[in-house]
Design a protein. Structure first.
Ligand code: NAD
Length: 395
C-alpha cells in the first residue's frame, strides 16, 4: 500500500536539530508506519551553518524565517527544537495554520505560555506531541507495562533523579542559564523529564509538592559568542565579559502521588561524576523497579512475591522482540540501542497517532505535557515560599 507523505519542517538545527533529523529519517527505514516522513524544511538563524546541515541530513529546503515556515502550505508538521521561550510563539503560529506540532520539552518556559499552547491545541485541528523522548526507552515503556500488569502492586515510594555534571564555572552563559530564554535551569531541563517519566510509568498524577529547594551555585558566567554547536555545552565560545545567571543549577523537591506514594525528585547540573543519570526507583507492595539511563538497556525488577529462596533483584535486558516495546524494530536481542533511538521510537508513536492507530506507548500531547508543567511550577512556588503547594492551587 502506498504510504502517505508527512512533510516535516524542523525549527532548530543544533543538538535537537540533529536528534530530530535522525529520527525522521530513521523512522522510514526501521518502522512499518503508514506515513513516510519527508525532510521538507530545516530552519534556524544562521544560514552559513544551516546549509551544510541541510546537505548532511538531506533536508530539501532551508529557511531562516520560522513564521514563513509555519505558513507554508506544503508543510504538514512543524517540529520545534529551539530554546523554550520560542516554543509558544512557534506552536501557536503552526496550530493556527492547521499544522500538526511536535514540540521539544518542556512544553514552555513558563506556565502561562504552556497554558496558551494547551488552549490553542484544544481548538486546533492539528495533533500535538511533546518530545519527552525517554518514553521511547524500551526499559521505561516496559516498566510502565509491568506497573499496569500489577507487578509492583500499590506504589509506596518514587525516587526520581536526573543528575548531570557538566555545568562548572568554565561553561559560558548559553541560553540554558538565562531565565528569559529557558524559564528555569536544571528544573525545566531535567526535572521536566523525570516528572513526565514517573507520571508515565506510575500512571498517577502528582497531587502535592511538600517542599522544594532551588539553588544557583555559579552566579555569573562569561557571555557567549558565536552559534551553538549541537550538544549541551560543546563548542561554546565565551567572551571576556561576565553576566548574571538567572536560573537554578539544582532543584530538589518532595511530592505526593495520587495513589498515596511519597516521592522525591532531584535535578542537578553540577552533580560531579554523574554524566547523564536519569532514572527512578519505584517501590510497591508486590515488587520494585529500578532504572538508570546510563544503563539504558536494563530494567531491574524485584518480585516480592517470589519464593524467599530465590528472591532478589533481576536485571532484565529489555531487547527481547516478543517481550519488550520497540525491540522488534531494531537489532537481535542484546545488540544495544542508544539515545538517538529514543527519538526514532518517539517519532514512530507520533506517526501511529497521525494514522489513527494506537501508539506503542503514548507520547504526551500538549494537554498531557501541561500537567508536567503544572508540577514544575508548583515546585518553584514551593521553593520560593518555603511551604507545601497543592497542585489543585496551580491551574
Ligand atoms: N528531549 C531531550 O532529551 C532534549 C535534550 C536537549 C534539549 N532539549 C530541548 O530542545 C530544545 C532545544 O535545545 P537544544 O539543546 O537543541 O538547543 P541548541 O542551543 O543546541 O539549539 C537551538 C537551536 O535553535 C535555533 N534558534 C534559536 N533561535 C531561533 C530563531 N529565532 N529562529 C530559528 N531558530 C532559532 C538555533 O539556531 C539552534 O539551531 C529546548 O527546548 C530543550 O529543552 C531536549
Amino acid at each position: 500500500m502506498a504510504k502517505r507523505q508527512l512533510n516535516v519542517a524542523l525549527i532548530g538545527r543544533a543538538f535537537m536539530g540533529k536528534a530530530h533529523s535522525n529520527a525522521w529519517s530513521q523512522l522510514n527505514r526501521f518502522f512499518d508506519s503508514s506515513y513516510e516522513a519527508v525532510l521538507h524544511t530545516i530552519c534556524a538563524r544562521h544560514r552559513e551553518a544551516l546549509e551544510p546541515f541541510a546537505a548532511k541530513w538531506a533536508w530539501a529546503n532551508v529557511s531562516t524565517d520560522w513564521k514563513a515556515v509555519c505558513g507554508d502550505p506544503a508543510v504538514d508538521l512543524v517540529d520545534i527544537g529551539v530554546p523554550n521561550n520560542l516554543h509558544a510563539p512557534i506552536a501557536l503560529a503552526a496550530l493556527k495554520a492547521g499544522k500538526h506540532v511536535a514540540c521539544e520539552k518542556p512544553l514552555a518556559g513558563t506556565l502561562a505560555d504552556a497554558r496558551r499552547m494547551r488552549d490553542a491545541a484544544r481548538r486546533a485541528p492539528g495533533k500535538t506531541f511533546v518530545w519527552y523522548n525517554y518514553r521511547g526507552v524500551p526499559a521505561v515503556a516496559h516498566a510502565r507495562a509491568l506497573v499496569r500488569a500489577g507487578k509492583v502492586g500499590t506504589i509506596r515510594h518514587v525516587r526520581a533523579v536526573y543528575l548531570q555534571g557538566w555545568a562548572d564555572e568554565s561553561v559560558p552563559l548559553a541560553w540554558r542559564f538565562d531565565r528569559k530564554l529557558a524559564g528555569s535551569g536544571s528544573h525545566g531541563d531535567l526535572n521536566a523529564h523525570i516528572i513526565d517519566m514517573n507520571r508515565f510509568v506510575t500512571g498517577e498524577e502528582i497531587t502535592e509538592i511538600s517542599g522544594a529547594i532551588a539553588e544557583t551555585f555559579v552566579k555569573t558566567r562569561h557571555t557567549l559568542v558565536g552559534p551553538v554547536a549541537g550538544g549541551i555545552a560543546e563548542g561554546l565560545k565565551k567572551s571576556s565579559r561576565k553576566a548574571r545567571v538567572t536560573v537554578d543549577d539544582a532543584v530538589l523537591f518532595l511530592a505526593r502521588f495520587s495513589g498515596g506514594a511519597a516521592a522525591s525528585f532531584e535535578a542537578a547540573r553540577q552533580a560531579t561524576g554523574n554524566l547523564n543519570k536519569s532514572g527512578f526507583e519505584i517501590n510497591g507492595t508486590r515488587g520494585s523497579l529500578r532504572y538508570s539511563f546510563e544503563r539504558m538497556a536494563e530494567l531491574e525488577y524485584f518480585d516480592a512475591t517470589a519464593d524467599a529462596a530465590v528472591r532478589g533483584w533481576t536485571t532484565i535486558n529489555c531487547s527481547n522482540h516478543a517481550a519488550h516495546p520497540y525491540a522488534a524494530a531494531w537489532w537481535p536481542e542484546a545488540h544495544p540501542i542508544g539515545y538517538e533511538h529514543t527519538f526514532v521510537n518517539s517519532a514512530y508513536n507520533m506517526a501511529l497517532v497521525l494514522a489513527g492507530r494506537k501508539p506503542t506507548a503514548p507520547m504526551p500531547d500538549f494537554e498531557d505535557a501541561y500537567q508536567t508543567q503544572r508540577v514544575l511550577e508548583a515546585a518553584l512556588i514551593s521553593a520560593r515560599l518555603k511551604r507545601a503547594v497543592k497542585l489543585s492551587q496551580v491551574k
